[in-house]
Design a protein around this ligand. Sequence first.
Ligand SMILES: C[S@@+](CC[C@H](N)C(=O)[O-])C[C@H]1O[C@@H](n2cnc3c(N)ncnc32)[C@H](O)[C@@H]1O
Length: 344
Amino acid sequence: MDNQSVPLPLGFSQCTKEKDDFKRLLCEINTLKEAGEILTSYPPRTFKPYTAHHWTILKLIFLKMYVRDVYTPIIGRRYPFMVFIDPFAGTGLNTYKEAKIYIPGSTLIAWFFATFPFDKVYAIGYEDIDYRVLKLRLERYIPPSKLWIAKGDANILIDQITKDLREMKEKFGGVHFLAFIDPECFEAQWQMIEKLIELENYGILGDFIILLQSRLIARTIGRIRLGEKIDTRIIDLFFGTKEWAFLIDLPSGELEKGIMDFYLERLKELKSRALIEVISIELFRAIHYYLIYLTRETKRKSPYLATVRWLKDFVENAEKRYVDRAIRVALGMEKMIDDYLRKQ
Ligand SMILES: C[S@@+](CC[C@H](N)C(=O)[O-])C[C@H]1O[C@@H](n2cnc3c(N)ncnc32)[C@H](O)[C@@H]1O
């Protein structure tokens, strides 16, 4: 790597000093934008960013804050080997349908914003072109000895990752992982989550951030209710059981919560001493999805959860309009009132 390849000393952020929630959120997004600017210098921005809606940036803000303020400061001190697993890494770059700005993808957010560096990063690119740009981007910033990257279906490749983690455990004596599970809808099969959680049997613990696209899942189940012929095997694989079928009979208004509750029940059955926080992201214009944070209860419960709860409270209790607006302002979709007044 040349000198230019690690230009982001962003592990510690000024944003944590910002007491005003609105400004804090703006700050978190602005530092992501700065990182995106650097990233787009190579490979060029025409190289296929993943296009999302502006509100999905919240999952990346959560990831950034958790990695920076909680996960790496705590785990980095306690474990000899700390890894980030990103089975749905996309292309390594995000843009937004409504705003022409660029934000690093999840893998590089974890890498750039870690307070203590990860010892290894596992990333999977799915489509051929996605994989190629992801690889170019990650190899530019992450040293080869710390990067594991592969192309294909995360549900299959997960076996290679768990095998490698067991080897790392043998070699270093202790491994801890953070898994960011960020599918578009049903792609993260239950058996994949199960294999990661069952690493506990080898003494390998992990934290999870899982995006549950309850609205899209509810839409598919709603179509089944209306009698549409849909191949339900994809849903069986997603929940790891056929028992989800009771959801078809739930009233529409209860379906999304029903999906969430069922998924959480499955997680609790699987992970011992599961500690779960659900961030229900329900923005202005009735856009919503769930971000599930899963960890293992420790004797000193609270330090782990402070940041999780901060974001949860912020997103859930702040007026929805307010969060939506902070994102729009930071993404340049809306002018700040301050700017406006200054010009008067
Ligand atoms: C929501 S995007 C991920 C965005 C990424 N985490 C980021 O921050 O830029 C989901 C990605 O998963 C990919 N994908 C779909 N099915 C997959 C599978 N079975 N295995 C791995 N990736 C898959 C999609 O092509 C898409 O790029």
